[in-house]
Design a protein around this ligand. Structure first.
Ligand code: UTP
Length: 466
């Protein structure tokens, strides 16, 4: 051990990070081992160049100038290459054939929501009070029921959420998913660095402050843990990808999958039409024939404001982080460890100072490095963008109650609104203040609601159809 430690001390010293071992002599043997393990897992040369910024030299102004509207299947466009019906049928067929798996990314720290457990455990059901994990599991079980096939759910956690997520599933009988259909895997981490000095921050005397390496960490994590290989062995050819904080998403949406397959796309992205030019969403655009996402903060004002003669925004497509990914495309991407760039974000990260006291900064003090899954888009030779109706596909829980957007209340309202509409379309009347919620295992869509319940029927109180 001593030789190895001296080697690692020399490496951190070379990179000006000797403070990592400042408290070494005070640590127990177990703590020393933990710290040594962390140090070994970090690429200090890469960190140094990330801090210098040499890995992020993107000219956003040039990219904004070149950005065009993406190749897209738009809602209500009579000239689309494939009809929604064709797409739906094609998607259903592939699901029935067992070619789909679902990826749910749930490794984020949910700092904006301010919830001290994994976000997936957060209770969101407007009447049922089900958790986000439970909503996704029910949605997937409903697809399994409809198509008579097993569809595995691959849940990505991070060290910040892994243990609690596993415990939650275990305590709740995997939320109805069978052992072989629930695969939980943990993403990697990156150290947080002091923004002024470039020193790696220490969380405790024996631990570097590490945070999840972004949802883009999924490519390496899937590969490292053999999940792409085992999915291939199961016959899975495509993954439906969703984020844990959006309970409106329909697990393995057949129409989206169908468009993906009919277009022979390697990576498909569902988008919604932006409500205004500088809306805080990623802009899905086309640059030199490839699909890219430019964050709202990186898009120039001029490009954001560009309009068509009819007044519509030229760069209209907003990312909602629902994708379909070809397995072989992910496999190719995973061959190159640097296939996705790191992005820098300024965050407030508590740290240990030189005297060993914990400092809780009030303002952002640290740089975190994250990879984004949508950076896979430009790597795809074939990708397609499909517009969805926001009221049907997107209502994420991002912010704490009281914020202007994306709060637990706005999400619950969106769920009630969607289910109210399905019931009303079936001719059911509902008292104005009554909340309604439908479990997908009762009805997966408006059509199934119509088959389940006939008018006249009047709902007077909060009702959960399960
Ligand atoms: P967000 O970027 O919204 O982050 O993640 P977050 O962690 O949920 O919330 P904040 O920013 O700390 O407030 C979008 C999705 O990507 C997942 C999240 O769990 C969420 O489903 N994610 C994010 C990961 O799985 N890993 C990450 O490293 C980051």
């Amino acid at each position: 051990m001593q030789d190895a430690v001296e080697k690692w001390m020399a490496i951190v010293q070379k990179h000006g990070q000797s403070h990592v071992f400042q408290f070494w002599n005070r640590l127990s043997a177990e703590e020393q081992q933990q710290l040594a393990k962390q140090v070994q897992s970090i690429d200090f040369s890469q960190l140094a160049s990330l801090f210098e910024g040499s890995e992020e030299s993107v000219d956003w102004s040039e990219l904004s100038n070149k950005a065009q509207a993406p190749d897209a299947i738009r809602l209500n466009d009579p000239n689309v290459a494939f009809s929604a019906k064709d797409a739906f049928d094609c998607g259903e067929q592939a699901i029935r054939q067992g070619k789909l798996g679902m990826i749910l990314v749930a490794g984020g720290q949910g700092t904006r929501l301010g919830f001290d457990q994994p976000k997936g455990v957060f209770r969101i059901g407007p009447v049922s009070n089900r958790s986000l994990f439970s909503m996704h599991a029910d949605s997937l079980r409903a697809a399994t029921r409809r198509y008579g096939v097993s569809i595995p759910m691959f849940v990505m956690t991070s060290p910040a959420t892994d243990a609690q997520t596993r415990e939650y599933f275990a305590q709740n009988r995997n939320l109805g998913l069978s052992e072989e259909d629930l695969v939980t895997f943990c993403q990697g981490t990156m150290p947080a660095m002091d923004a002024a000095s470039g020193k790696v921050l220490m969380e405790s005397p024996s631990s570097i402050a590490l945070s999840p390496d972004g949802h883009g960490g999924i490519v390496a994590a899937l590969d490292r843990q053999g999940i792409l290989q085992s999915a291939a062995a199961r016959g899975i050819e495509h993954f439906f990808y969703a984020q844990v904080d959006n309970p409106l998403v329909r697990a393995c949406d057949p129409t989206l999958i169908g468009y993906h397959l009919l277009s022979r796309s390697q990576m498909t992205t569902q988008v919604v039409s932006k409500r205004f030019a500088k809306e805080k969403v990623g802009n899905v655009v086309s640059i030199d024939g490839r699909t890219h996402i430019i964050e709202y903060s990186d898009l120039t004002e001029e490009a954001a404001q560009r309009t068509h003669p009819d007044g519509g925004l030229q760069l209209w497509a907003g990312n909602i982080a629902i994708h379909v990914l070809e397995r072989s495309f992910l496999q190719q991407a995973a061959q190159k460890s640097d296939c996705l760039p790191f992005h820098r974000a300024m965050k407030s990260v508590p740290f240990l100072d030189h005297s060993g006291d914990v400092v809780k900064p009030k303002a952002p003090n640290a740089i975190k490095f994250e990879r984004f899954v949508f950076d896979l888009l430009p790597l795809a030779e074939r990708s397609i963008v499909v517009e969805g109706n926001p009221a049907e596909v997107f209502a994420p829980v991002k912010n704490a109650e009281g914020s202007a957007t994306d709060t637990p209340t706005t999400t619950r309202n969106a769920l009630v609104q969607q289910h109210r509409q399905w019931l009303e379309q079936a001719g059911i009347s509902i008292e104005e203040n009554a909340k309604v919620e439908i479990n997908p295992n009762w009805a997966l869509d408006a059509e199934e609601v119509r088959q389940k319940i006939q008018p006249p029927f009047h709902i007077q109180v909060d009702t959960y159809f399960a």
